[in-house]
Ligand binder design. Structure first.
Ligand code: KG4
Ligand code: ZN
Length: 349
């Protein structure tokens, strides 16, 4: 907790996150985290090998009120103590987003408090303020989740896209490759776990777009998935035993290598001395270690929130809400829609 960065005069912001399968409610005052509660429907999706939007939406509806109550209880506040409500307006699964947006509007109306519809991707970056204090600017952000892999630049409080994935996101690659290896969903944490026993140099999987200057800050991961599928098939045809830890470690190395290489290059190219990494994949142990190593070698400071703040949560939404309130931004109009494709440059509806 960073108690030094908030005062008792800072507004209390309650953040609601429902863009995918986690119902998150976080409470933040200034840059101090007061509570962060999560109800996940991940177990309900596991047998389908991916998130089923309708199931996620229904689970959000059931979890919303109890999760708000738990968060207020943990923060030691009454719901009437909240000064503003922030909610993920997008991007994400539209049905899931609508549950959060409608809940936030209802809460705001009932309490007569402003509602801020904020960007999920920007929230993955801003959440780091809860752990490491104000973000230095300019800063380059590497945003790696189940749905997005992007490099962004944050300057004067605004967000600009530098590049993104042309096909699968990094988390999607982890999830799909884990499935090829017979590991359960979500695959990222499973690959991270299994890779500990493997040799990261065992198989030299491709690093796509590593030399093409036109795609210096873009990513592509669908070729990696195909390469792993092809490699597994070849080994099976040859009658060879497949070492799941070796494949997991080699895949993890390929993904961490390309992400950190491009993130360091972007940070240097755009004259920033700081890199911040956010999103579910930022919980990956090899990505964290390699980022620390390469940033130290390049003289860049790197900030990565603790794993529990990297994956989807309500605190990140409250942190971004706190940021826009500090900027003096007007509240969102009460008819603002949920947007499945909200662009990173738009941090507030
Ligand atoms: O940010 P997030 O919780 O949800 C989205 O906004 O997508 O990211 C979820 C993604 C999943 O693809 C999951 O497999 C991946 O983050 N992930 C990880 C790890 N923990 C979560 N990937 C690699 N290593 C991890 N430790
Ligand atoms: Zn996310």
């Amino acid at each position: 907790m960073n108690l030094a960065s908030s005062t008792s005069h800072d507004p209390i912001i309650l953040g609601i996150e429902t863009s995918c399968d986690e119902t998150g409610v976080g409470i933040v005052q200034g840059r101090t985290l007061l509570a962060n509660h999560l109800a996940s429907s991940v177990d309900e999706h596991a047998r389908f090998g991916g998130v089923v939007p309708e199931v996620a939406s229904r689970a959000h509806l059931e979890a919303m009120v109890p999760t708000i109550q738990q968060a207020c209880h943990s923060a030691g506040i009454s719901v009437t103590d909240i000064d503003a409500v922030a909610v993920t307006a997008g991007p994400g699964l539209v049905g899931a987003l609508i549950v959060g947006v409608a809940s936030a509007k209802a809460l705001g109306l009932a309490l007569a408090k402003p509602v801020y519809g904020v960007n999920h991707l920007a929230a993955h970056v801003l959440v780091d303020e809860l752990e490491h204090g104000p973000l230095p600017e300019p800063v380059v952000g590497l945003l790696v989740s189940g749905g997005h892999s992007s490099l962004i630049r944050v300057s004067d409080g605004s967000f600009e896209s530098l590049g993104s994935t042309l096909d699968d996101a990094a988390g999607e690659a982890f999830d799909k490759i884990a499935r090829l290896l017979g590991l359960p969903f979500p695959g990222g944490p499973e690959i991270d776990r299994v890779a500990v026993e493997g040799d990261p140099q065992a198989i030299d999987f491709p690093r796509a777009l590593s030399v093409d200057p036109a795609h210096a800050f873009n990513f592509s991961f669908s070729g990696l998935k195909t390469a792993v599928a092809r490699w597994i098939k070849e080994q099976q045809m040859l009658g060879n035993n497949i070492s799941v830890p070796d494949v997991a470690a080699s895949v993890q190395e390929a993904i961490a290598d390309i992400l950190t290489r491009k993130a360091v290059a972007a940070t240097m190219e755009f004259g920033a001395a700081h890199l911040v990494i956010g999103g579910g994949v930022a919980a990956n142990s090899r990505l964290r270690a390699l980022a620390e190593e390469r940033c130290a070698a390049a003289g860049i400071s790197v900030r990565i929130p603790r794993p529990g703040l990297c994956t989807d949560n309500g605190a990140m939404v409250a942190a971004l809400g706190s940021h826009v309130v500090r900027l003096g931004a007007p509240a969102s109009p009460l008819d603002f829609p949920a947007s499945s494709t909200m662009p990173i440059a738009q941090i507030l509806r």
